[in-house]
Design a binder for this molecule. Structure first.
Ligand code: SF4
Length: 532
């Protein structure tokens, strides 16, 4: 049977690159999108007409990155290769071939510009009514950092290593002492030399751990990472811990489009309010509903959301079992009477408060000492003298003075959240479908489960590129090529306020400071201020 042999490679063809790129090729959308952006207004330097070698226009590099992230290629060395062999990239870049270093520098230098680009794109999606803005799911996802677990240290790990080194040094010193008492010969000399070399090696290691101890003492953190200092060992699931970044992401319910993100090096427990308030600003709505899993169940955060007209539906954490208590005597089974501010216990006794508020904190001793992100809240205490003669006392409490119930100042807000969780079960069930859509695509389908850059700021830049690419692909799937192209062609990006915003943002490097900044000056508020 005859086989297909293809064309003769020597055959000359009269073809332009344009002819190789299909009419509906998505690369045309990337081209149209970036051509609409005035990158200098995003704080990106455009090479001027100076003497010497001409520089690459940043628009070419941005097109290359967007193409790369959408096609699951993000290493600058691989992108450099694509510029030479990939016909779509050659068309997109007008056959320019930047080096991997030039490509990498763009991503490193412009995380703030990427953030603004993301916001401009979200504004376009809002104009196109692709964002519902009423219900959003917030979730954090861990992306492995450029830092192995071996290069992450906490006090326990440093102590363990130092104890091991000290033990080894003592063993070797004892061996040397024993050798001193033996008769001198060649064999002994070799043995002693070996032990002395080991002692020198251990002295070096001890120095390393002393330095790490010093670093840990000088920081407010409870752990340090030596390859990427901003990364932290975070719990991925159950007992699995990895040195990573936790990217907080807000996803709109209507089309599962990402409307906001923030890479952090903290867990989810204190991220709800800041992300929800930013989501409200982005949506431009008076009232929004946010869905979040139990990792976000924090009274202070839920109360803050309520105060901002944000309705939360956050899953409850499982109550820790209290060994000496039977289930019937857990605090949930004590009935709270709001009007009289009392609790009724399962025995029908009334527990009253003296009306005083007491300060309470859940944080570690180090956190309390350094006062970094500490959670202080107030509680009231409730008790009754009836416990003294209660026949069920052994089942209810081990406290000699009787049962003591503590009620947080945020408990009312938590109760309302828990009530909504019960009445809006179907809506809460949608949380996973909304928020897992982007994470499933990005981490599973595209394989972006780790970062390529170091440091919170740069990691934020990379997350911005990933999320722009995700939204871009999603919008193309929702609208189709022609409508998306039409949308881009009629787009007039509004930059007012964004340059000022990028300058201010660059002053804020830590997540907490950025959260604070976002709350006071969310992008939309800044734009309004700027224009008036
Ligand atoms: S010990 Fe006190 S609080 Fe507990 S059941 Fe008895 S009376 Fe009620």
């Amino acid at each position: 049977m005859a086989t297909l042999i293809g064309n003769n490679r020597e055959q000359m063809q009269m073809m332009s690159f344009e002819a190789f790129i299909g009419k509906n090729n998505p690369v045309r959308l990337i081209d149209a999108f970036v051509d609409k952006i005035e990158l200098n207004k995003l704080g990106v330097k455009i090479p001027g007409a100076v003497e010497g070698r001409k520089g690459f226009h940043p628009a070419s590099l941005l097109k290359l990155y967007l193409y790369g992230y959408m096609n699951h290629v993000r290493s600058s060395r691989k992108l450099e290769k694509e510029c030479e062999r990939n016909i779509e990239v050659r068309w997109l870049l007008h056959e320019l071939t930047p080096s991997y270093k030039t490509i990498a520098d763009f991503r490193k230098h412009y995380p703030d510009a990427v953030r603004i680009l993301f916001s401009l794109f979200i504004n376009l999606l809002k104009e196109a009514e692709l964002i519902g803005g009423k219900t959003m799911a917030i979730d954090g996802s861990k992306f492995r950092a450029v830092n192995s677990s071996k290069n992450n240290y906490n006090q326990k790990k440093i102590d363990r290593h130092q104890e091991f080194i000290d033990r080894k040094i003592n063993d070797y010193l004892a061996e040397l002492e024993k050798n001193d008492q033996e008769e001198n010969n060649d064999e002994l000399k070799i043995k002693v030399d070996k032990v002395q070399k080991e002692l020198e090696r251990l002295a070096q290691r001890k120095l390393k751990y002393n330095n790490l101890q010093q670093q840990l003492d000088n920081t407010e953190e409870v752990q340090i990472s030596s390859s990427d200092p901003d990364s932290r060992a975070l719990i991925i699931r159950k007992n699995i811990v990895e040195v990573s970044y936790n990217t907080q992401t807000t996803v709109d319910e209507k089309h599962s489009l990402i409307i906001d993100y923030e890479a952090t090096n903290e867990n989810d427990s204190k991220a709800l309010a800041a992300m929800a308030m930013r989501a409200k600003e982005v949506s431009g709505q008076e009232k929004i509903t946010v869905l979040a899993d139990k990792g976000y169940h924090n009274g202070e955060q839920i109360a803050q959301c309520e105060a901002e007209n944000i309705s939360t539906i956050v899953a409850c954490r499982e109550q820790p079992t209290v060994k000496h208590l039977e289930n019937e005597y857990l605090v949930e089974n004590f009935i709270y009477d709001k009007e009289n501010d009392t609790y009724t216990c399962p025995q029908g006794e009334i527990l009253k408060s003296n009306g005083k508020w007491y300060n309470k904190s859940h944080d570690s001793e180090k956190k309390k000492k350094t006062r970094k992100n500490i959670t202080n809240y107030r509680i009231k205490q409730y008790k009754t003298t009836a416990c003294k003669n209660c026949p069920l006392r052994d089942k209810c409490t081990k406290n000699k003075s009787g049962r003591l119930i503590e009620r947080s100042e945020h408990q009312d807000a938590v109760d309302r959240n828990n009530k909504r969780l019960l009445s809006e079960k179907e809506l809460y069930k949608r949380r996973q479908a909304i928020v897992e859509h982007p994470f499933g695509t990005i981490k599973r389908a595209w394989g972006f489960s780790y970062t390529l850059l170091k440091g919170l700021k740069k990691v934020n830049g990379e997350m911005g590129l990933i999320y722009i690419a995700y939204n871009f692909v999603r919008v193309k799937n929702i609208l189709g090529f022609d409508k998306f192209m039409e949308l881009l062609q009629n787009w007039h990006p509004d930059y007012s306020g964004f340059h000022f915003l990028s300058v201010l943002r660059s002053f804020f490097s830590s997540f907490r400071l950025r959260q604070f900044f976002h709350l006071i000056f969310p992008p939309q508020k800044l734009l309004v201020l700027y224009r008036t």
